[in-house]
Design a protein around this ligand. Structure first.
Ligand code: CMP
Length: 139
């Protein structure tokens, strides 16, 4: 398995409920390294730009409003097979379908307010990391 980087976002529902420490600890316990981390409150433009691929979806407006509703923690996770590993740790998009013990099963309340985001492929990981971080901010 190759070393990879992936973008993770702890979303406003999880930051507001105080789950930041638990979620970061889980990534480290599972062997993913926090290569970069920043807490930030996304503007409308930043949220719309990040989720531009979903622009035509009926839930786009709701998704953007939610992502602007409070601070997020954006991170670069690094490790063996990090993209798939992060997605395994997060669980299914809809917490009702997420496996026991996954972050979304533990901390999310709905498909929209689902606690965490993770890149879904190497190309999207590279683009999403570059959306938030310069190479010199990743260690
Ligand atoms: P995320 O992994 O951040 O990528 C796109 C997001 O869109 C997804 O998590 C969900 O939070 C959101 N999403 C996907 N489907 C729906 C839906 N049917 N209703 C509301 N939000 C959705």
């Amino acid at each position: 398995m190759a070393m990879q980087r992936t973008l993770s976002i702890i979303k406003p529902d999880a930051t507001q409920k105080g789950y930041v420490g638990k979620i970061i600890a889980r990534f480290e316990e599972e062997g993913l390294r926090i290569a970069a981390v920043r807490k930030m409150h996304l503007s409308r433009l930043e949220a719309e730009g990040f989720y531009a691929v979903h622009k035509a979806r009926p839930f786009f407006g709701e998704l953007v409003e939610f992502m602007m509703s409070g601070p997020c923690v954006v991170m670069v996770l690094e490790g063996e097979d990090a993209i798939a590993e992060n997605r395994r740790i997060m669980g299914a998009t809809d917490p009702a379908e997420a496996a026991e013990g996954t972050l979304r099963k533990l901390y999310a309340e709905s498909k929209g307010m689902n606690a965490v985001h993770g890149s879904d492929a190497p190309e999207t990981a590279a683009a999403e990391i570059a959306y938030f971080f310069r190479e010199t901010e990743i260690f």
